[in-house]
Design a protein around this ligand. Structure first.
Ligand code: 13P
Length: 249
């Protein structure tokens, strides 16, 4: 059976009260399906409320949008893997393009965050993807492989198999311009071959970037995609429930 993962990145939206109301509405609309799980990435202030709201549903999990690699200390504004776990997080995004391009996160930062997440049993979701200039220069595969190698190159096969990769071309995020399903699938094949040569063929590879109700069916028609990471189209609980329900039907 093909197993799909639907991940909702709420970015800087949805406070604690709104998260409770959202997840009430989502749970009412979406019944568990054996072939898929749903992960929510709320802002840090809403982690605990969201985790509480899904605790009776094994198919629903909550994760952090970012962590710092140190476990504790004087790092104003940051949250660590153990703090996120204490709030109920089971996973964390790492190296999202907004972290890399707005906040200046480096490849080396993504490596340290991946190690910290694994040490505290948060499932890492490593985000990779090229800018428009990199794509137009023909560097897509080289950029993605550089990001994979920097963050994950030192992990053994067992640890690598615990990673979810999200391929999110930077030019497709929040622009309404998604990669064609074939373009996405061809990068996914490259990521899969990178994983396979390191003994982790079964790690999940998601696609992200302007995924919506309109394009979910054609994107998931590509067997290379193990699911999606969605921003804007995940902010409305009814629309998101429908997308999870019909995606890859
Ligand atoms: P959009 O779905 O809004 O394009 O955002 C994608 C994304 O960045 C998910 O992490």
């Amino acid at each position: 059976m093909r197993e799909l993962r639907f991940a909702a990145n709420w970015k800087m939206h949805i406070g604690p009260d709104e998260a409770r109301a959202y997840l009430r509405a989502f749970r009412a609309r979406y019944d568990r399906r054996e072939d898929r799980d749903v992960w929510f990435f709320p802002p840090a202030v809403s982690l605990e409320a969201a985790a509480q709201a899904v605790r009776e549903r094994l198919d629903l999990s909550v994760g952090a949008q970012d962590i710092y690699w140190e476990p504790k200390g004087a790092f104003t504004g940051a949250i660590s893997a153990p703090l996120a776990a204490q709030a109920g997080a089971k996973a964390t995004l790492i190296g999202h393009s907004e972290r890399r391009h707005v906040f200046g996160e480096s490849d080396e930062d993504t490596r340290k965050k991946t190690v910290a997440a694994l040490a505290y049993r948060l499932a890492p979701v490593l985000c990779v993807g090229e800018t428009l200039a990199e794509r137009e220069a023909g560097h897509t595969v080289a950029v993605v492989k550089r990001q994979l190698t920097a963050a994950l190159g030192s992990l053994d096969a067992a640890r690598l198999a615990q990673i979810t990769i999200a391929y999110e071309p930077v030019w497709a995020i929040g622009t309404g311009r998604n990669a064609t399903p074939r373009d996405a699938a061809s990068v996914h094949c490259e990521i899969r071959s990178w994983l396979t040569t390191r003994g982790a063929a079964r790690a999940r590879v998601l696609y992200g970037g302007s995924v919506s109700l309109k394009n979910i069916a054609e994107l998931l028609a590509e067997p290379e995609l193990d699911g999606v990471l969605v921003g804007g189209a995940s902010l409305d609980p009814e629309g998101w429930a429908e997308l999870v329900q019909i995606g890859g039907a």
